[in-house]
Design a binder for this molecule. Structure first.
Ligand SMILES: C[S@@+](CC[C@H](N)C(=O)[O-])C[C@H]1O[C@@H](n2cnc3c(N)ncnc32)[C@H](O)[C@@H]1O
Length: 387
């Protein structure tokens, strides 16, 4: 790949030393893996350009490379200046020069797949299937997949970015990850019914067919506007407006796979418990639940807004003081329901282990969010109390 700012390869600029009593080294140690984000793509003059950011291991761009499938002719400009990332990732060396631009020469490219797939390779990371899934960039080739979205306000309620060229590559890659990880843990995409719990406007479930899921597809959300939009615009998927608290409308054992991306991350611990019981009920024996949680890496990502007292409390208890999130104000009846919740992966594991067997925890599988893979039906037996 071509490095436009070559000097960054040899001298990693140190991160800012401290912020509101937080130290760069301790925050950096919380982030489980080097991160990346795809922020958009555009098509001009025979070139497909994909932009985003990559936080290089130790801030060293030489520790990053990109690869593509055979036939794809491309070049990469990296690292490029990125002042916004420099503020957000204040603790990460060289975050201020973390932008990348990946240019595909469409005239020279001969590639037959339905999407362009690239991989980011981070030196020092395991080269296993989880890392491959985590670091895949995917851009659909079919322009039809880039039409038919709700407006910017609806988009930004479910996802930080709010344009179609942000949403499409991220959502299609998320769908690919969901299907592949579920398959890895025993879900049969040819047969099982799938529920996107907390679907928003169907951001991810709309890409599940292309990702290989052939069974019935369902989506539910407490946001009545987004679910109404999804129900009237996305044929072939059954959408239902859901309640704040169980029960849902679904039957016992109806699904082989339930996934919830950034849903548990907004629910108070007691509400999480109630929904875990419900997800257990609607999963078939052996069914898989894929749920994301905001743990240490999310704390690092949000650290520009946190202070010493909050962090000490989080580290001591394994769960941070949660705060109300106003994104659903006026859309749901309880203004205290929707929250921003951070809990360590160990806390999330303990919470879920009361209801499910924990198959795996994948840190930073969805950006800075950790993924827990839960399986129904192999719950730990409670020890009989001694008489
Ligand atoms: C951050 S958004 C993520 C949306 C979607 N999963 C995605 O990745 O695009 C969280 C979503 O969870 C929904 N939500 C929160 N609690 C819920 C619940 N108990 N049942 C269903 N949806 C819920 C919210 O309305 C919101 O659409």
């Amino acid at each position: 790949m071509s490095n436009r700012i070559a000097e960054f390869a040899s001298t990693a600029a140190p991160a800012r030393a401290s912020l509101r009593g937080l130290h760069a080294d301790e925050i950096r140690a919380l982030q489980a893996a080097p991160l990346f984000s795809v922020q958009g793509f555009s098509l001009q003059g025979g070139e497909l350009t994909i932009t985003g950011l990559i936080l290089a291991p130790d801030g060293d761009p030489a520790a990053v490379s990109l690869s593509a499938e055979p036939g794809v002719v491309f070049a990469v400009d990296y690292p490029l200046a990125n002042p916004t990332a420099g503020q957000v990732f204040w603790y990460w060396p060289n975050a201020g020069a973390s932008a990348f631009r990946l240019r595909v020469d469409l005239a020279a490219t001969r590639h037959e797949g339905e999407d362009f797939r690239f991989r980011i390779h981070f030196a020092g990371r395991p080269d296993d299937v989880a890392e491959r899934l985590r670091t895949t960039i995917l851009v659909p080739k079919d322009l039809g997949q880039m039409q038919n979205f709700p407006g910017a306000a609806a988009l930004s309620r479910v996802h930080r970015f709010h344009t179609i060229n942000n949403v499409v590559p991220q959502a299609s890659a998320d769908a690919f990850r969901i299907v592949e990880i579920a398959r890895l843990h025993g879900f049969d995409p040819q047969a099982g019914a799938v529920l996107d719990w907390g679907t928003g406007h169907g951001r991810v479930i709309r890409f599940l067919r292309q990702a290989g899921a052939a069974g019935a597809l369902h989506g539910t959300d407490i946001d009545p506007d987004n679910i109404a939009w999804a129900a009237s615009h996305l044929p072939g998927i059954a959408f239902a407006h859901g309640p704040l608290m169980p029960p849902s409308v679904y039957g016992d054992g109806q699904f082989g796979l339930v996934f919830g991306i950034s849903v548990m991350t907004h629910l108070a611990p007691a509400v999480q418990q109630a929904w875990l019981v419900e997800l257990d009920r609607i999963l078939a024996p052996g069914g898989i639940a894929l749920l994301t949680f905001t743990g240490d890496s999310a704390v690092a990502y949000s650290s520009q807004f946190l202070d010493r007292a909050w962090l000490d409390d989080y580290l001591a208890k394994g769960v941070g003081r949660d705060v109300p999130n106003k994104d659903l104000a006026g859309l749901i009846p309880d203004s205290n329901y929707y929250r921003n919740v951070k809990q360590t992966a160990e806390t999330a594991r303990a919470v879920c282990a009361r209801h499910f067997a924990i198959e795996a925890i994948y840190p930073c599988m969805f950006g800075y969010q950790d993924l827990l893979v839960l399986k129904k039906g192999r719950r730990r037996q409670r020890r009989a109390r001694p008489a």
